[in-house]
Design a protein around this ligand. Structure first.
Ligand code: G6P
Length: 620
């Protein structure tokens, strides 16, 4: 995973590098570091911990120079120590680099390099790349008797990277070429920002916003050589290319905390607005349907679709499950939801008219990107439901739908989930109206959807009740989350939120399926959270609730306002507004987000930056 940045030009490089690393911290926050050409040498400053730790180090031990690279880490190989932090040094300091990705053959390369006399100072896979480049540089200088030229540097990066199995985005400094950054990519995203007399490198466009509007997205196996005055691009196999310059259409979103203590809470409260943004301009009242600008498929192609595959990871996968129920109910389209990490290596039989949607907040999740590419390779129209404009998945998809949820910074996803569910509801309406859904049914859905921002506002008024429940249960170590139909994915998502930020073991299950195993966990110290709003299946879930009570398990119910029956049966109840069953996930997920938040606070956990996690998982 990890985020990388680079700068070459006239500014104080460390200012851009640190700013960029803060913007990339969602990709990992185990350690951070920079390397800058400073008084004729490459000065490295790095430290385990968040980027703010690096800020403090730079305040006391600054580096001045106009060329540098930086890194924020999510550890894959090697512990999170100062020494394992990037940048890493190759040879005797001739090469310094930062890397995002995984070197799968690092063991064999390490042995070979050790035999050649290279001394490893860290336990990372990345150090292998640094020594490998240094080794090829040394060889080339020996054979050709040349001094270190720009061409030589590019060539040795190319030669070394051919030996790497796995994924990488790298930015490399050469001690003897102070006006040069070489960057290369295979599998991990890299974007170059073009300024006047300056160039920028970053893992995504976020760090470039406000610095430049012209960018070049590197493709796999491309290598770029940057000086303050020039950009040279070459493809490993195709040779020299002219860079395709694009205009950055990303605007800096609101990333301030405002009056909130944490991003997660802020984002929970933004949901009435973010789902409204997801719907804005997407209703076609006269046709009683939804409309999308970017699907890039004509109505005939869309009508021929006979199957939908939704692929995603984490919370986005849970939104996909809600989508499956919606698309099957309203569009009558057989739908499957696949973990992207599985789909990328499976070979499920897909019909010619299968349409694939990758669902992703960040647009950078490595498995989702790989699954999408695999489906594209097989010729399926592959679309994205994505939040981050210009992200890798948004760019590579054949078309798609943006969430317009604004930046989501808390690592535990909240507003992206409800926005994804909203977009999937619009999609079900749209594809439904092309098939069996009647005009009046379409009108009804539009009217009901329009009411949802207010319903979410109302759902948020459960906050005090949730706080009390959290105070009562935060000391428990196991939770069950149970729901059926549309509320089964909500149960999964509620359990995931609890695990992610409070480190409590929580399992989500279909309420009836609980009898086939998890019921063995029920006892006085295992609370069950029942998502049990009114609806067709309500009496059935009620029976499941009774089964838990009969075994002395504490019950917390998420129920519809005014449901006294549930209130009497449950130990604690949190009310949400009554909405149509297919819209229930939008309101029932809110108390579960708040519950995870308050339990985590009471357990003294870092709500926005939970341990071991990252906002965007860019390794497989
Ligand atoms: C990480 C995040 C989750 C997110 C998942 C998928 O695990 O911590 O919050 O749901 O990645 O991310 P995506 O950006 O593809 O939705």
């Amino acid at each position: 995973m990890c985020g990388i940045v680079g700068y070459i030009g006239f500014r104080n490089a460390s200012d851009f590098l640190l700013d960029g690393l803060h913007r990339l911290e969602y990709r990992g926050y185990d350690s951070a570091g920079i390397a800058v050409f400073h008084k004729g040498e490459v000065a490295v400053r790095k430290r385990a911990g968040r980027v703010c730790e690096l800020d403090r180090l730079i305040e006391t031990d600054g580096v001045e120079g106009t060329v540098g690279i930086g890194h924020t880490r999510w550890a894959t190989h090697g512990e999170t120590t100062d020494v394992n932090s990037h940048p890493h040094v190759g040879g005797n300091g001739e090469v310094v680099l930062v890397h995002n990705g995984v070197v799968e053959n690092h063991n064999s390369l390490r042995t070979q390099l050790q035999t050649l006399g290279y001394v490893f100072r860290t336990t990372t896979d990345t150090e292998v790349i640094a020594h490998l480049i240094a080794h090829h540089l040394e060889k080339r200088i020996e054979t050709d008797g040349e001094i270190c030229t720009h061409e030589a540097c590019v060539e040795v990066v190319e030669t070394a990277m051919r030996k790497i199995e796995g994924t990488y985005g790298v930015a490399v400094l050469f001690r003897d070429c102070p006006d040069l950054i070489v960057a290369a990519r295979a599998g991990s995203p890299l974007v170059v920002g073009i300024g006047r007399g300056e160039y920028f490198v970053a893992s995504d466009a976020g760090p470039l916003v406000g610095y430049t509007e012209e960018v070049v997205y590197l493709a796999d196996h491309e290598i770029v050589a940057l000086t303050s005055e020039s950009i040279d691009l070459l493809h490993r196999d195709a040779g020299k290319k002219s860079p395709s310059i694009q205009v950055l259409d990303q605007v800096a979103g609101d990333t301030s905390l405002g009056d909130f203590e944490h991003y997660m809470l802020k984002e929970i409260y933004e949901q009435p607005q973010s789902i409204e943004n997801a719907m804005r301009g997407r209703f076609d009242e006269s046709e009683a349907t939804a409309m999308f600008g970017g699907l890039n498929l004509d109505p005939q192609q869309l009508r021929r679709v006979d199957r939908v595959v939704l692929t995603a990871c984490g919370t986005s996968w849970h939104a996909g499950l809600v989508g499956e129920y919606l698309l099957e109910e309203f569009a009558r389209l057989p739908t499957e939801v696949e973990y992207a990490s599985e789909l990328r290596y499976r070979n499920p039989p897909l019909t010619d008219n299968t349409m694939v949607f990758a669902i992703t907040q960040s647009g950078e999740t490595a498995d989702t990107l790989a699954a999408m590419r695999e489906c594209k390779r097989k010729g399926h129209p592959t679309l994205a439901i994505c939040n981050v404009v210009g992200s890798s998945i948004a760019r590579e998809a054949d078309g798609g739908i943006y969430l317009h949820a604004g930046p989501e910074i808390g690592v535990a996803s909240t507003k992206a989930f409800t926005s994804q569910v909203t977009v999937l509801t619009l999609l079900a309406l749209y594809l439904g109206r092309m098939r069996h859904l009647s005009y009046p049914a379409g009108r009804r859905m539009i009217d009901q959807l329009r009411e949802m921002p207010d319903k979410l506002r109302k759902a948020l008024t459960c906050h005090d009740a949730v706080r009390e429940v959290a105070a009562k249960y935060h000391g428990f170590n196991n939770f069950l989350y149970l729901g059926r139909l549309y509320n089964f994915p909500v149960a999964l998502e509620g359990a995931l939120k609890m695990k992610e930020i409070s480190y409590i073991h929580a399992e989500g299950y279909p309420a009836a399926e609980m009898k086939h195993g998890p019921i063995a966990l029920v006892e006085e110290k295992t609370p069950s959270i029942f998502v049990i709003p009114r609806g067709g299946i309500y009496p059935k879930v009620m029976s499941n609730l009774e089964e838990v009570r009969a075994r002395c398990g504490p019950v917390i119910a998420i129920a519809c306002e005014g449901d006294d029956t549930v209130a009497d049966l449950a130990d604690d109840v949190i009310f949400v507004p009554d909405v149509e069953e297919y819209l229930q996930p939008l309101v029932t997920s809110i108390p579960l987000q708040l519950l995870a938040y308050h339990v985590a606070l009471l357990r003294d956990c870092n709500v926005d930056r939970p341990r071991n996690l990252a906002k965007s998982v860019t390794v497989e």
